[in-house]
Design a protein around this ligand. Structure first.
Ligand code: ADP
Ligand code: ZN
Length: 722
């Protein structure tokens, strides 16, 4: 090859052609450095005939590539996946390709890097900053920049400490191998049902070829144990496995179980890895040394050398959908990747998405069911508490029947879990005197009071202020009223009623790191917690045998706002949190507090009638032409300037295509009309399944030009409608 076409890592640029200098070996997939004006950019060599537009520049005018990086080329299946993703989600190829290169630093090759740690020297006197760093950096080892971030001091302070011998350098080998998993370390005795499921997965791994499975098993049925057998089979064949988890908070549990089964940790991939961990993991993924990779969405696009199986656990979780940058759904892209790689993929869930159920019914996915809990545990009994009849006292949210059950559990020394999907103390704070409401200056949202940290915070943009002593509007002191409950307030209510109860509040604020998750799990397992009060973070993954009561504080919360999947999401959340109860020998009980006991989703939960819920949900979606029966796409227009956003949205609306199978709604101000300082408008496209929505959108938007301050985002199969 003396001429190549590159995808350049710059979303604004299309493909560009370059000359290959004699002696440089490149092929499709090679990662290279190319000149661009006065700069150097990263690019990936691509099959020229597969890229639109690379302008025909005569060979004599081409600039030469600067360097081919010492990493294996991205494989053909991965290249096809990148093309598919860009095409399907209307995203720039470069933005998708970038996701395959998870660590720029790793491209430089192996070798070593330098990290620092405390040397153990004990100086007589310390500046306050050095003392703070000494305190913060116990057991830490990382680059100066990462340590500075962790300790909250400047890099200069730490460099000074290196000079003074307080911090010592450590040479880290980037390519040191990970310990090998032992496939027979502790193989479980599977129940006959589990064995049957595991055998099917293992056979699929051995046979190779694309085979998508929906592992539909009730909470506590041992889905993890089943797919672990398929993992073992893949490892025995020398193949790599990718396990996608929806949230990094779930990883801790997964790690414990993985270590128990395979004797080692898997390789982790997530956004808060240190740079050296990132480089090491990426290089091991590319070389094939990483046997099992566990990660959130971003692990999906890595260049695995020998992928043999993909597992998507808790596959119904909406956090698999990415809502900025490339707006893709990792659950769906995982299936597409498996298809290009010709390997099996397992979607595991106790409450599959309707989309997945339909695909199983249509026999696109093979459904594997686990109908019973492992070890004879029964599914919990579910009772509805009608809040219109059983009212909690004023300024309280736990109704009498739930109070009684809580008391029973406390008397018996059993554990309870109260679920409310709202962080903080109260979702709205206002002035009793003048009615002033605390609103985020950057978003259409109230500020949420966090009493533990004494702050008012926006959950959308992170804006925070200390809770003021007086109203900023009328200056009346001590006049703030908290409206409605968050988990902190429910925890207060439990403590007020049961002063001796040991209460743990579990939210992303309190379980921010793997260490915190471990502490929490150990506290609950060790019997140091009586009542857990938590958000959706505690609804899945945990297995606490002494937990026998689950109380859903407000089942109606998720039904408000009424987006397309509100019913399904409520069903999943409550079924999952209910699934935490009675996993051991003692039976579990679930109380669902609601003002709408007659709502189909609540009735279905109470009756334990999953099938009728899915059937009703499917019917409603069919009538609305909603997924999976029709297709939705959204166009989100935003700008810091309100008029500019409105004008751009109107221009898009004014040129809408006139097609029989594509209906365009809007533009209208988004429900979240202001988000992170940007004014937003939305258009919603509802199309028949047969319509080529992506092509229609590309042609439509492609002919329009917008001012530089305007962003136009396309969201295919949207999950968020705000
Ligand atoms: P699910 O993921 O389906 O909710 P889990 O995989 O969490 O269920 O399994 C529930 C509990 O039962 C876990 O603690 C798990 O270790 C245990 N378990 C499941 N199957 C077996 C088995 N075959 N042998 C031993 N323990 C098992
Ligand atoms: Zn905000």
């Amino acid at each position: 090859m003396d001429r190549v076409r590159l995808i350049i890592f710059n979303a604004a640029l299309g493909p560009l052609d370059y000359r290959v200098s004699p002696g440089m070996a490149v092929e499709p997939g090679s990662v290279v450095i190319a000149p661009l004006g006065p700069r150097q950019v990263l690019g990936i060599v691509w099959e020229p005939e597969r890229l639109d537009g690379g302008a025909e520049v005569p060979a004599s005018k081409l600039r030469p590539l600067l360097e081919a990086l010492p990493v294996p080329p991205l494989s053909a299946p991965l290249r096809r996946l990148i093309e598919w993703t860009a095409d399907y989600y209307c995203a720039p190829l470069a933005a998708v390709a970038r996701m395959a290169i998870g660590s720029m630093a790793a491209l430089k090759g192996g070798g070593t890097t330098t990290e620092y740690r405390l040397s153990g020297a004990e100086p007589a006197r310390l500046t306050p900053q050095r003392a703070a760093a000494m305190d913060a950096l116990h057991d830490e080892q990382a680059t100066i920049r990462e340590l500075a971030e962790r300790a909250g001091v400047s890099e200069g302070v730490l460099r000074g400490m290196v000079g003074a011998g307080l911090l010592e350098p450590v040479t880290v080998d980037l390519d040191r191998p990970y310990p090998r998993a032992r496939t027979d370390h502790a193989a479980p005795d599977l129940s006959p049902d589990q064995q049957a499921a595991a055998d099917r997965f293992s056979a699929a791994v051995r046979d190779g070829g694309f085979q998508p499975f929906l592992l539909d098993g009730v909470t506590g049925s041992g889905k993890t144990e089943c797919y672990f057998e398929a993992v073992a089979t893949a490892l025995a064949l020398g193949r790599q496995v990718l396990v996608l988890l929806p949230e990094i908070a779930l990883t801790e549990n997964f790690l414990r179980r993985f270590e128990a089964r395979f004797g080692v940790s898997p390789v982790l991939w997530h956004s808060s890895l240190k740079s050296s961990e990132r480089r090491r993991a990426w290089r091991a993924i590319v070389s094939g040394d990483a046997q099992v990779v566990v990660g959130a969405r971003s692990a999906l696009f890595m260049p695995y050398a020998r992928l043999g199986l993909i597992v998507v656990d808790e596959a119904h979780e909406i956090s698999f959908k990415q809502d900025d940058g490339v707006r893709y759904n990792a659950r769906d892209v995982a299936v597409v990747r498996a298809k290009f790689e010709r390997i099996p993929v397992i979607l595991a869930s106790a409450t599959p998405a309707l989309e997945s159920m339909q695909l199983a019914e249509a026999r696109v996915y093979t459904k594997v069911e686990l109908a019973a809990r492992y070890g004879g545990a029964e599914l919990p009994a579910i009772r509805v508490v009608d809040l219109r009849k059983d009212q909690p006292e004023r300024q309280h949210w736990i109704a009498p029947p739930l109070v009684k059950e809580l008391r029973d559990r406390l008397d018996r020394g059993e554990q309870s879990l109260l679920f409310l999907n709202r962080r903080g103390y109260a979702p709205l704070t206002l002035c009793r005197h003048c009615g002033y409401r605390f609103q985020c200056p950057n978003c259409t949202a109230w500020l949420v009071e966090h009493r533990l940290s004494r702050r008012l915070a926006c959950h959308h943009c992170g804006h925070e202020v200390p809770t003021p002593e007086a109203c900023p509007e009328c200056a009346t002191p001590d006049c703030m009223v908290a409206c409605g409950p968050g988990v902190e307030r429910i925890a207060d209510e439990v403590t007020e009623r049961f002063p001796a109860a040991r209460v743990a509040v579990v939210t992303s604020d309190t379980l921010g790191s793997p260490g915190k998750v471990r502490e929490f799990v150990e506290a609950v397992e060790g019997g140091l917690v009586d009542v857990i009060v938590g958000t959706q973070l505690v609804t899945k993954g945990y297995h606490f045998p002494e937990l026998t009561l689950v109380g859903v504080i407000d089942a109606d919360l998720g039904l408000e706002g009424g987006d397309l999947r509100a019913g399904e999401r409520t069903y999943q959340q409550i079924a999952q949190v209910a699934g935490r109860a009675g996993r051991g020998e003692k039976p579990g009980e679930v109380l669902i507090q609601t003002r709408h006991p007659e709502a189909p989703v609540i009735a279905a939960l109470a009756a334990g009638d999953r099938d009728s819920f899915y059937a009703a949900e499917a019917e409603a979606r069919r009538e609305a032409g909603a997924p999976p029966f029709g297709r939705w796409a959204a166009i989100i227009v935003s700008s810091e300037d309100e008029a500019e956003a409105r004008e751009a949205a109107r221009a898009i609306g004014g040129t809408r295509p006139d097609l029989p199978d594509v209906l365009v709604l809007g533009p209208a101000p988004a429900p979240m009309a202001l988000l992170r300082g940007r004014h937003r408008y939305r258009l919603l496209i509802n199309a028949r399944r047969s319509a080529e929505v992506q092509r229609v959108i590309r042609d439509w938007l492609g002919q329009l030009r917008f001012p530089p301050g305007v962003r136009v985002a396309v969201d295919i199969d949207p999950y968020s409608f705000v």
